[in-house]
Design a protein around this ligand. Structure first.
Ligand code: GTQ
Ligand code: FE2
Length: 354
């Protein structure tokens, strides 16, 4: 093992008296903290955790009687990392929560600089409208609301609909560029295009002639589960299985082949029954949402058992591997694109030591 930086020097009474003396001028000695800040390997604050849907769902359903979607603006139970309670985050950089919308409800049009994804967990009949274009939700669909696009949600069906929200909220809060508005002080954005227009225009391996893109956000904002699952099943048929990931595909921005949004990458993976993957360790955190199948994931020393609709978090630099007891389809999102853009991304494959 290579050594880290120099151990912290002793805090003698004489030194402490000096620190106390200079403190009022807002200066402090680096050598007292250097070894705990510039660590040999990442020391993330979040811890591994699983949220069992069967345990959270009753509380989520209770919120329907507690507050309307309108009053709440968004009726969301935040999945708070147990090590970061009160910080409205699931990992150091990411936010996640379950959002509930009841039949007949709408959640008004707003926009904000943090970007968001919705991964549909339960129910049918709801939609998210993005700049006035509806994306009708089905379980397992991925819907994006990139930075500063107008979005509202509604439920025109007859059952509660629940999805998992994922946002880069902690990251944007940390950096500072937080902006948000209500559309015309609370009106609904008018319908502009027919449903699925974005998929037809940009999501069928074709692009309108002359199409130009001025952001890194995918022009496709709706990725249907039926298409995603079919792709993975077909790949499985050809038999190439990655020892670390099983069969894992990234949702891409068709305009540049990159992640769907600048700060968040989204993936779906198939873990064939009885697979045991090799360890994966990455600097980024990963939030997993199980669609189908059961299994367990070992995250550092923590073992989480999962089934459909459960959510678990793998904080940065925790080695993790999966075991599926039957064919499983597991969605995940991560701030990995940020690490990559900044030249900070690192990963380890397999049982190598750091
Ligand atoms: O649905 O627009 O979980 O703006 C947090 C902030 C959801 C949303 C969240 C949001 C939304
Ligand atoms: Fe929003």
């Amino acid at each position: 093992m290579s050594r880290g930086l120099h151990d912290k020097p002793e805090t003698t009474p004489e030194r402490q008296a000096f620190y106390d003396k200079i403190g009022p001028q807002s200066v402090a000695p680096l050598w007292e903290v250097l070894s705990s800040i510039v660590t040999r390997t990442p020391s993330v604050r979040a811890v591994p955790h699983v949220w069992k849907y069967d345990e959270v769902r009753p509380h989520l359903m209770e919120t329907a009687d507690l507050i309307t979607a309108e009053e709440a603006e968004r009726r969301v139970l935040v999945l708070e990392n147990p090590a970061l309670r009160g910080e409205t985050r699931i990992s150091d950089a990411l936010f996640s929560g379950f959002q509930l919308i009841m039949p007949g409800e709408t959640a008004g049009t707003h926009r904000h600089s943090p970007c968001a994804l919705r991964f549909i967990v339960e129910g049918e009949g709801a939609y998210t409208a993005i700049n006035g274009e509806k994306a009708p939700m089905k379980v397992g669909d991925l819907i994006l609301t990139p930075s500063m696009v107008w979005h509202d949600h509604g439920n025109v069906g007859d059952e509660p609909v629940v999805w998992l929200d994922g946002l880069d909220l902690p990251l944007v809060r940390y950096l500072g560029p937080m902006f948000a508005d209500l559309y015309n002080g609370g009106e609904l954005y008018p319908e502009t295009r027919t449903a699925f227009d974005n998929i037809s225009r940009f999501g069928t391996n074709m692009l309108p002639i002359g199409a130009q893109f001025d952001t890194e956000n995918s022009p496709v904002f709706h990725y249907k589960y039926e298409d995603t699952k079919a792709a993975l099943l077909n790949m499985h048929k050809s038999g190439e299985i990655d020892s670390v990931h099983g069969i894992k595909m990234q949702y891409v921005n068709p305009a540049n082949g990159g992640p769907v949004m600048p700060t968040i990458g989204c993936y779906m993976q198939m873990l064939p029954g009885s697979i045991r993957t090799e360890r994966y360790t990455s600097t980024a955190s990963w939030i997993y949402s199980v669609v189908e199948g059961t299994g367990r994931t070992t995250i550092g020393d923590t073992v989480v058992e999962w089934g459909p609709r459960d959510v678990f978090v793998v904080p940065g630099w925790y080695p993790h591997h999966h075991e599926a007891s039957e064919d499983a389809f597991v969605f995940s999102f991560t701030e990995r694109p940020v690490h990559e853009k900044l030249g900070l991304y690192r990963e380890l494959r397999g049982n190598v030591t750091q």
